[in-house]
Design a binder for this molecule. Sequence first.
Ligand SMILES: *Cc1c(COP(=O)(O)O)cnc(C)c1O
Length: 525
Amino acid sequence: MLNNQGRPTGAGAVAENAHARETFTRNRGLAMEEPLIFEVGRLDSTGVDIDEPEPFTQRLGKHARTAPIDLPGLSEPETMRHYVRLSQKNYAIDLGLYPLGSCTMKHNPRLNERMARLPGFGDIHPLQPVSTAQGALELMDTLAGWLMELTGASAVAMSPKAGAHGEACGMMAIKAAIEARGEGAQRRIVLVPESAHGTNPATAALIGYEVRAIPAREDGTVSVDAVRAALGPEVAALMLTNPNTCGLFEPEVVAIADAVHAAGAFFYCDGANFNAIVGKVRPMDLGVDAMHINLHKTFSTPHGGGGPGAGPVVLSPALAPFAPAPFVRRDGSAFTLVESAAGGQAFGRMTAFHGQMGMFVRAMSYMLSHGADGMRQASEDAVLNANYVRVCLSDVMSAPFGERPCMHEALFDDTWLKGSGVTTLDFAKAMIDEGYHPMTMYFPLVVHGAMLIEPTESESRASLDLFIMTLRDLAFSVQRGDVERFSGAPYHAPRRRLDETRAARQPVLRWTKPPPADGSRIAAE
Ligand SMILES: *Cc1c(COP(=O)(O)O)cnc(C)c1O
């Protein structure tokens, strides 16, 4: 039963008593409410104390401002508190286990941060003379070399700034290669399996291709027969994720690559899940022509809110000539940045400068501190941890592909929730009450009510056990019919159930000043 505040009142729910009511400040314990920056502070009591200017002649003419600029009016301590409170509303990998499947939320080693802050890397400017940034160019060249070594590629474009940006880069190289063959008008279709990340069809559509879906097999993988049936002289490329978004290594990937090449098309591999196979498999050996690498997934650089990121793209010999500018060239012991594609076949450029230096340094630091054997071990541990979670939950939750081992992430569906009155979404919200960021939900689309759990290699055995026991405890609540634990969850979060669809479709991005322009927080309420 819920009271009118949406709080539970039944047995087994959060104890409801006088002390659990809405507080005067709306803070909950030491979790602070925080209004928008425009709603705190006052302009008339903050700012810098300077003398009235001497009389002067104003030369701005009609450009002189007539109304107040309406900046927020906060003092330094108020500003600090505002931003620190906001920062505490984020869940982060530095706070706890973050099992978001496909996203690879692994620990960002502090050594990486220390290296990225070295003045020779941290304080350089993309426009300073190349002769004064030789060390940085050498690092880019070394990192590029390692990426080619680990993937078996013959070229790598370093400038793309995220996985999706890398997809665009790789697909533009493919498009340029097809146009150079004079087949641009004929090859208009890109094949994308149903299990693909949404960025794959979006990328193909963005650069002007028609997208055709390939159905998944019962076991979550892509069959070479389905690919063959869809191939033809009008197909430009296939985009395939391997390991795929069900956490499975595509068993027919080599036959698929052969079929794609025999039809005159290119094989784009979404390499977001490279973290499962680094040091074990070189993707180019499987027949891949282009693949992006998310440095923030595989090589432990931080995930930003959309950036700054780095998504280098490795390319096969057939695509290497079309790689975008700029790129680093080594002439003896000196490094130059080749800025213009003049005379070559480069399709253009992806970014204003050369890419995300800070991320290059962090990824290089990760690689050097792990070494080849350490990176292989990280892949093995990621796979081991995912299978540990899978096996420890398989008696209480349902796995769509049975007892089959997974790679770096374990996929469950909602068959086990049927008839319980609890949905995948409810289950995820109850995880929030337990202090866990939910796993990836309702993706991949090929299974019903998907729950995709990626623990990564950076969790300890103890951390995994607590996570598993928590999920088992939640599963037992489902079995006991304690629907309330789920239907009203999250009970402990500062906000309860939000209209997430409306928030995504009609975001309110602009603050409008309330009519009584008082500026004081209490009066505004
Ligand atoms: C994360 C991911 C992407 C996109 O990468 P971004 O760096 O977030 O742009 C693409 N495909 C798959 C399978 C992913 O997991």
